[in-house]
Design a protein around this ligand. Structure first.
Ligand SMILES: [Zn+2]
Length: 465
């Protein structure tokens, strides 16, 4: 398999540390709020990588962390801990917030057909490992203390600092850091290994350490947990593109300073999901788009997965409601085509040509849009025996994860009479005949169908019985 390595800025043949095996570390969510669908795009990309490797015969060990402490509001290691911010926002404890949003995250993760990681680890369970890593760095002379603030990593002492992001990125950070200057730092890029609890303040999450009571710096957890579960050098490290310049750059610095070995051989990054009017999607701007919101609007979560599958993970993806509507239709049509084949005589071999094209697409830096195109071609290729196409689509779905053979949703079977009312309401609304559209909505509600208006137009669902 050839993969694009952010570290070398080119596609490379993937050479594992251990023959036939791939150890993959993927940065997980910070569980202080719901994950937005932009976050989920990264998790879907990682899931596709894991599924593709397994499909191609690799033994994969995927580790994902849950950040439940230490991720501060500002990248400069200042400001409030996001967990404590979440706790204050909702009037709960930081521990309750962590539990609640971890559960919510995995609901979305599963709804999008992301396979469970082999190891899921919470930062708060690895405080000792993080302290040990900090002690190693201290012993080797990489750290210094800012009294009343914390223990910091001196990035000037690590000669390759910033190699992942490139020099211009680091200069950018230095520029930005000057604005929110931390007077005690030796270099603007220095980052916290351990933060002290403020004097006289009792934090909800704090631990004793050789340096004083406090909590670990955010970057520490990924290095400590990745090395604990995958060894000092790992095969692949995944994350969103926002992690390149700071989080992953700092993971590399502290890990390699501690061990003297490369931390990860291949660095992979999924690009952002953007919305036309809002730009980069974040929790602080505009409508907060979550998997749950899509479901509430009547979408199949796998329609969003399909939406992501249409664009290569290294290309920015623009989210629009129209695009999601089109993805819903595309997915349903592919499922219909697959279901029609399901009655074909069993025992067919997967169509060889399609299977080899499909594998070639996966091996070319995870070219999922191409792999999806193979599935479509096979579904439509009536010259080929149905049994072979059926067998191929079953194989392809192991990677695509679209539930191609799922039974149609009950909602898809709305009686023609009710469907006609739904369509009449959409037409009335389009004509700005709001009186009529309200009447039709009421009539539909009386007959068990709820209609909701959103930016993507009208959505309907059956009233839960
Ligand atoms: Zn991380």
């Amino acid at each position: 398999m050839r993969i694009y390595n952010t570290l070398t800025r080119r596609k490379e043949e993937f050479k594992p540390i251990k023959e036939g095996e791939a150890g993959i570390y993927t940065c997980g969510p910070t569980v202080y709020n719901y994950a937005h669908i932009g976050n989920m795009r990264t998790f879907i990309s990682e899931d596709l990588q894991v599924r593709a490797l397994r499909f191609l015969g690799w033994k994969v060990n995927r580790v994902m962390n849950i950040t439940d402490v230490g991720h501060l509001v500002s990248d400069a290691d200042t400001g409030e801990d996001k967990m404590e911010q979440g706790a204050r926002r909702e009037g709960k404890s930081a521990w309750d917030i962590a539990r609640f949003y971890t559960d919510e995250f995995f609901k979305d993760f599963k709804a999008l057909n992301c396979a469970d990681p082999d190891v899921t680890c919470r930062a708060t369970d690895y405080i000792k490992e993080m302290i040990d890593l900090g002690l190693t760095l201290e012993k080797k002379g990489y750290t210094y203390v800012i009294p009343g603030d914390g223990v910091y990593f001196d990035t000037a002492r690590f000669p390759d600092y910033g190699k992942l992001a490139g020099k211009s990125h680091i200069e950018g950070i230095q520029e930005g850091a000057r604005i929110e200057a931390n007077e005690g730092k030796r270099n603007p890029t220095d980052f916290a290994v351990w933060k002290f609890s403020a004097p006289g303040e009792k934090r909800q999450m704090e631990w004793d350490s050789p340096w004083g009571k406090g909590f670990p710096g955010w970057h520490m957890e990924c290095s400590a947990m990745a090395m604990k579960h995958l060894g000092e050098t790992i095969d692949m490290h995944w994350g969103g593109e926002d992690h390149v310049a700071i989080h992953h750059t700092n993971e590399i610095a502290q890990s390699e300073a501690a061990t003297g070995k490369p931390f990860a051989n291949y660095w992979l990054h999924a690009r952002f999901l953007v919305t036309g009017d809002m730009g980069k999607m974040s929790k602080s701007s505009g409508e907060f788009l979550t998997t749950g919101l899509l479901v509430k609007k009547g979408y199949d979560p796998l329609a969003y997965r399909y939406y992501c599958l249409q664009t290569h993970y290294r290309k920015q993806l623009e989210f629009t409601w129209e695009g999601l509507d089109a993805a819903s239709k595309g997915l349903e049509r592919l499922r219909e085509a697959s279901r029609r084949l399901a009655g074909a005589p069993a025992g067919g071999k997967p169509a060889g040509k399609y299977l080899s094209d499909f594998k070639a697409a996966l091996e070319d830096d995870l070219n999922i849009p191409q792999a999806l195109a193979c599935a479509w071609e096979a579904a439509r290729d009536e010259a080929l025996p149905a049994g072979e196409r059926l067998a191929f689509l079953k194989e392809a779905d192991k990677v695509l994860g679209l539930d191609l053979f799922a039974a149609p949703k009950a909602e898809a079977d709305l009686e023609p009479e009710l469907m006609a009312l739904v369509e009449a309401r959409a037409a009335a609304r389009k004509a700005k005949d709001f009186k009529r559209s309200d009447e039709l909505r009421a009539e539909l509600a009386a007959r068990g169908v709820l209609v909701e208006d959103g930016p993507g137009g009208q959505k309907w669902r059956r009233k839960p019985s």
